[in-house]
Write a protein that binds this ligand. Sequence first.
Ligand SMILES: N[C@@H](CCC(=O)N[C@@H](CS)C(=O)NCC(=O)O)C(=O)O
Length: 228
Amino acid sequence: MSLTLIIGNKNYSSWSLRPWIAMKAAGIPFAEVVIPLYAPGSAEQILKYSPAGKVPILIDGDDTIWESLAILEHLAERFPDAKLWPSEPRARGFARSAATEMHGGFQPLRQHCTMNLWLPVKARPMPPEVLANMRRIETLWADCRARFGKNAKEGGPFLFGAFGNVDAMYAPVVARFHNYGLPVSADTRAYMEAVMATAAWREWYAAAMKETWVMQGNEPDWPLVRGV
Ligand SMILES: N[C@@H](CCC(=O)N[C@@H](CS)C(=O)NCC(=O)O)C(=O)O
């Protein structure tokens, strides 16, 4: 049964990046449909696929799965060999908590550092609540690495060893920390570099650089040129 992932434009759509990068990193084949966000008619286009009116949406044969975390769970069930969750139960429990903390939290970071891959990379002053989010995420990533990542059977530089669902959930945070120049530690930076070096990340980024849709209106100070 073929899979189609409906996503927003790659420059802005942080939620879309999550299942997209998980599927690419795991080598799961899929077709993609890109709907430019917040453009005339985009809401109607999204509604054709899901009454929830948000991307990402996964079409799996006759089934529609929406909400990024539900899509990641679906993929993990559908493709057990991809090991999108860690195979060890204690690591898996921790991984699910970390992924859910991202799905429901970090509102200040999401609000002040909206994903925009075109944004020139530059340190920007941030309110304390964003820095508090950053510190919590750094502690969480360090915990994942120290407790489960470093000695994982499926090894690698990612949070639980091999790239999986938790890395996918936090991939847009990597973009935010990077573009907005947040003052992260050397260990955090090393993890960010590992994510940004993946073939999947580079493919998404290259496609985002070719996009031309500019979100109108709500962020007047966003640059209209591509960043580095
Ligand atoms: N909780 C949802 C959030 C999805 C979401 O907010 N998607 C945004 C794009 S990143 C969207 O579809 N916006 C279109 C709109 O609100 O009209 C998830 O995890 O998938």
